[in-house]
Design a protein around this ligand. Structure first.
Ligand code: WT7
Length: 648
């Protein structure tokens, strides 16, 4: 792990760091090192100061309780409500008529909600949820397209103190079922369907296939977005419209303890079962509030667009809670970037005069491939800051983004973080940090990270190791939902007192972090995390499959392409048709994002003597590299047979 030297990858000659534009710097919230110095001098009083930007009903007694690691408590005994911070407080500050949410649908319909409007809608839906029997501490599952009701539902949950569990709309009903069962949600909020590239995709009727196996669900709420017909189970299913009409709009925000659960968000890990990452109230809000303000250099008249879906943590932290708790104007779009044409996003930036644009490297690489004519044909002059998240951004994509979208004058914030961290952890601050394309640069003030070797010792400059976080941070996950053991095992057992991120990284001579991607059995496909074991379980679930091994093959646009090696049961023969059927089956079990790109049938899988599948070897085969050390292999013959099969 530590023998590769990357120190000279970005020598001075190669590329000079990009310094912040003088004009940008002059207006930036953070334009010098003071915040870094403050955080270094006294981390906890710095976080206490950050917490002053939140409205507390009762102030906390203690910033951090670290007496029982790895169970940390932040802002002990503080009382607050997150939705009240995002809505009531903004209205009280005089922002009632300011736009909170601007929505454009795939077919061009547009809805704008001011802070007052949003407060009213959220209050109404809070009354609805309460009437449906949702209490503080209950779980509500949200499985919806990117429509304002999804955000209203999230905020209504936090208003009444219920935990939301948002399941990405692209996940399959089977995946939805697993997440409902794990969270024991009482209510499902969904839609009749979603628009996708001019077509409609049913959701409610698809959910019905699994709902009879979800005993915890007492009520289902359906937003009628597309007009796709669906059936209503009496006393269980209600439309959004019928519930909301006549609902009281003065629902008072419930008082929450800083450590009360705020939401669960499922994310892939190294086993077949997704992890229910649990975030709590006070620390999370302080973390996303501060990072949103400083990383995106919040300005009163910004129109901010983060292209993530609310089904991912980016949507939670940087579409909903970070921006709204800062009183920002958030733009959301329902559709994809290349429908009806490949200039859709640029057209929207021009139309809504977007000032801050936050997207993923996989999207940037697609834009690049589609050609400059699409962004060049639109007026992108409103943009002042760009962001990137989800996976390492290759310097080529960074430079293209800088030149063709940012027109050379917009800083790019490459933000490293995770579902678990809740908030941005490693990032430039756009008014101060010299940028190096491909590096997420430095820790956010108040965050302490390092790169260590397998013994937990800091690596030398240029040497690759494991990225760790050295001290607790406010928005950190508190546990895995009802699975403390897995929480401890996954994050805290590798190194004494250090949080293990699962990413490989190295630091350059300036102390900049260069993130290399996952070192565990987790893939990053188009910026989405998929566990190899999850895909393997889905494949093995098919009646023809005996065994499966899944790897990520390096892919130009997606980062990783899911590649599966499959051995079949007696009596089954590998064929193109069966490969198609297996891909479809994975789509059914998890969702389209997890469908393998390629499937290879083989007589045996390469395993170590202890029976562990040698994924590294499969990766080498798939990417046509020379094979490394195979001496620990159980049956070296297997490699030859797979390689032959692969070439066919
Ligand atoms: C994993 C977390 C954080 C929201 C989106 C993904 C990778 C994320 C970067 C970045 C290099 C990155 C890491 C991390 N990652 N951002 N700027 N540079 N890698 O959230 O699904 O929890 O995935 O995404 O590998 O561990 P997630």
């Amino acid at each position: 792990m530590t023998d590769t030297n990357h120190g000279d990858m970005f020598s001075e000659e190669h590329l000079k760091p990009f310094l912040p534009d003088q004009a940008f710097k002059a207006r930036a919230l953070i334009h010098d090192q003071a915040l870094y110095r403050k955080a270094e001098a006294d981390r906890l009083s710095y976080w206490a100061e950050m917490a002053e930007n939140i409205e507390w009903i009762n102030k906390w007694d203690q910033v951090l309780d670290d007496s029982n690691p790895p169970y940390y408590k932040w802002f002990v005994n503080g009382k607050l409500n997150v939705a009240a911070n995002c809505l009531d407080r903004q209205v009280d500050k005089g922002l009632g008529n300011k736009k909170a949410l601007i929505f454009e649908g795939e077919n061009g319909d547009c809805t704008t909600l001011t802070y007052s409007d949003l407060l009213k809608e959220v209050s109404k839906f809070s009354s609805v949820l309460a009437k449906l029997g949702v209490n503080k501490g209950d779980a509500v599952t949200i499985w919806m397209p990117m429509v304002p009701e999804a955000i209203i539902t999230m905020l209504a949950c936090t208003r009444i103190g219920a935990m939301h569990s948002v399941v990405f709309g692209g996940f399959s009903p089977e995946a939805l079922k697993d997440r409902i069962l794990d969270s024991k949600s009482k209510v499902l909020v969904t839609a009749d369907g979603a628009f996708r590239r001019g077509k409609t995709i049913p959701m409610k009727s698809a959910a019905d296939e699994v709902l009879q196996n979800c005993p915890s669900i007492e009520r289902v709420v359906i937003v009628e977005r597309t007009g796709i017909p669906f059936e209503k189970v009496p006393n269980r299913d209600f439309t959004w419209t019928e519930l909301i009409s006549g609902a009281e709009s003065d629902f008072k925000a419930v008082i929450m303890d800083a450590e009360d659960p705020l939401f669960i968000l499922y994310s892939s890990g190294t086993t077949g079962k997704p992890k229910g990452i649990l975030h709590t109230t006070g620390g999370y809000l302080v973390g996303v509030n501060a990072t949103f303000r400083y990383v995106f250099d919040h300005k009163e008249n910004d129109i901010y667009w983060c292209t993530a879906d609310i089904g991912w943590i980016t949507g939670h932290s940087y579409i909903v809670y970070g921006p709204l708790s800062n009183g920002s104007t958030v733009f959301i779009y329902e559709g994809v970037p290349d429908y009806p044409a490949k200039d859709r996003f640029w057209e929207l930036i021009e139309k809504y005069k977007i000032t801050v644009f936050y997207t993923a490297p996989t999207a940037i690489r697609s834009f690049m491939r589609w050609g400059n004519q699409f962004p060049d044909g639109c007026n992108l002059g409103s943009l002042r800051l760009l962001g990137s998240v989800g996976e390492p951004i290759n310097p080529e994509a960074w430079l293209w983004y800088h030149e063709h979208i940012g027109k050379g004058h917009c800083p790019i914030v490459d933000t490293w973080w995770q579902t678990e961290t809740g908030m941005i952890m490693i990032t430039p601050l756009p008014g101060v940090t010299p940028l190096k394309p491909g590096s997420a640069t430095n820790t956010f003030p108040g965050i302490e990270a390092d790169v260590v070797d397998d013994q937990g010792r800091p690596t030398k400059t240029g040497q690759r190791g494991f990225l760790v976080i050295k001290s607790p941070w406010p928005a950190m996950l508190r546990t895995l939902y009802e699975d403390h053991e897995r929480y401890e095992y996954t994050y805290w057992k590798q190194y004494e007192g250090l949080y293990f991120t699962g990413d490989g990284a190295w630091k350059d001579a300036d102390g900049y972090f260069w993130i290399m991607g996952r070192v565990d059995d987790v893939l990053n496909v188009s910026g989405h995390r998929i566990g190899t074991m999850e895909v393997e379980s889905a494949l093995v679930d098919h009646h023809s499959v005996a065994e499966a091994a899944v790897i990520g093959k390096v892919h130009e646009i997606k980062g990783h392409a899911i590649t599966a090696f499959v051995t079949l049961k007696e009596g089954f023969e590998g064929s193109e048709q069966l490969a198609q059927e297996l891909k479809k089956h994975v789509g059914k079990m998890i969702g389209a994002i997890a469908r393998p790109e390629e499937i290879f049938f083989t007589y045996e899988l390469p395993k170590t003597r202890s029976g562990k599948i040698m994924r590294r070897l499969l990766r080498d085969i798939a990417e046509n590299r020379e094979l490394g050390d195979v001496t620990t292999l159980m049956d070296p013959q297997v490699v030859a047979s797979i390689k032959d099969g692969f070439k066919e």
